[in-house]
Design a protein around this ligand. Structure first.
Ligand code: G6P
Length: 362
């Protein structure tokens, strides 16, 4: 078993470290002459995108929505598969349903795909397991190439889902004429550099371990972020719940004051994500609000951010990357933080209690 883990203590850590390769293997085959080439036909007629998934896959969808709306200006919504399947979703014939699943076998996600097909809408699956049910049933499949993911908590599968959604956003933007081929090439070149940027983020390992040691005895944590940092904070909180059993909640930073701030007392951990320069000062003002109530703040931000000494108790500076790709880099220290928290707390990291890798029954 030790050999299977390639020298790492757990599959989760091994898979965190495989992310540069997984992203490279997923992006490269989908670029042709520097442009996205998804092979799912012309997307210029798509009027709305519905992204559907569960758990971490759904969080990837939330990040992907931001990229789609930003570049393609096509409205996109994200649905939790278990809600979608029993809801009465409003779907137009010209919409596109994007089904995201690592395993391709999640019962709720598969049912959601079938419902979308029944509604007569075009379906596209982003799936990691070749030949899985969702891959077989969707009209078009975009395989991610993370390789087998063994740890129950998803890491590398999330990263490749983000990369594929970035490609989809650019393809939609190009097909809709919202960005020129030249602009698209520039953005695709960014995307090709992503594996190296993720590699760079892995160098935060020791600092994440140190930060985790400082928080390991805490039973609750709040993650805050604005804009695209908000879905990242949801994923960071989910990781911490899944493997370290810390009650963690994610909030849009500006929403905290509408109730939840009552829970902030001396030493309450707040993990603040602030990777977007135009929102940075806004998030800093939220950090000041929680610090004034005694919170112990871990701030994750870009290298270029202007961080004064009193802002946070711990700071993790992310590598310099184009801001639209920040979620892909930011997730690495969030995964490592959860991993080391779980290790410090003596949890069974690869096999957390009550959880299954793939939920194939309802
Ligand atoms: C389970 C796993 C999660 C995963 C979710 C969706 O709950 O524990 O890590 O995100 O299922 O799985 P899928 O295979 O559809 O991506």
């Amino acid at each position: 078993a030790a050999a299977e883990k390639g020298g790492f203590a757990h599959f989760m850590l091994k898979e965190i470290y495989e992310q540069p390769k997984s992203v490279r293997d997923t992006v490269n085959p989908r670029l042709l002459n520097g442009l996205p080439s998804l092979g799912c036909g012309d997307l210029s007629g798509v009027e709305r995108v519905h992204i559907i998934g569960c758990g971490t896959a759904m969080h990837a969808g939330l990040v992907g929505r931001a990229a789609i709306e930003r570049f393609a200006r096509v409205p996109a919504e994200v649905h939790v598969a278990s809600e979608f399947r029993y809801g009465d979703p409003i779907i137009g014939k010209k919409d596109l349903a994007v089904i995201i699943s690592q395993s391709g076998e999640t019962a709720d996600t598969l049912a959601a795909l079938r419902l979308a097909k029944q509604k007569g809408v075009r379906t596209m699956a982003i799936v990691n397991v070749v030949g899985s049910s969702i891959a077989r049933e969707a009209d078009c499949v975009l395989y991610t190439w993370a390789g087998p993911e063994i740890a129950v908590a998803s890491t590398k599968a999330y990263s490749v889902q983000l990369a594929m959604l970035d490609l989809l956003a650019l393809q939609l933007a190009l097909d809709h004429g919202r960005i020129s081929p030249h602009e698209t090439r520039v953005l695709c070149a960014d995307l090709q550099k992503l594996p190296d940027m993720v590699e760079e983020a892995l160098k935060l390992d020791a600092s994440c371990k140190e930060a985790a040691a400082a928080y390991a005895k805490q039973e609750i944590a709040f993650f805050i972020g604005r804009g695209v940092d908000y879905p990242s904070s949801m994923e960071g909180a989910l990781k911490l719940k899944e493997i370290a059993y810390v009650e963690s909640e994610a909030y849009a930073a500006g929403e905290l004051k509408h109730g939840t701030i009552s829970l902030i007392v001396e030493h309450t951990p707040v993990i603040a994500l602030a990777t977007q320069s135009k929102l940075f000062e806004k998030t800093v003002s939220n950090i000041k609000e929680v610090k004034a109530r005694g919170a112990e703040v871990l701030l994750l931000c870009g290298k270029g951010a202007h961080v004064t000494e009193d802002v946070a108790d711990h700071v993790l500076m992310l590598p310099d990357v184009p801001e639209w790709l920040m979620p892909s880099v930011l997730v690495v220290p969030l995964q490592l933080f959860a991993y080391y928290m779980a290790a410090e707390r003596g949890c069974d990291i690869d096999q957390p209690r009550n959880l299954a890798k793939s939920v194939t029954v309802e």
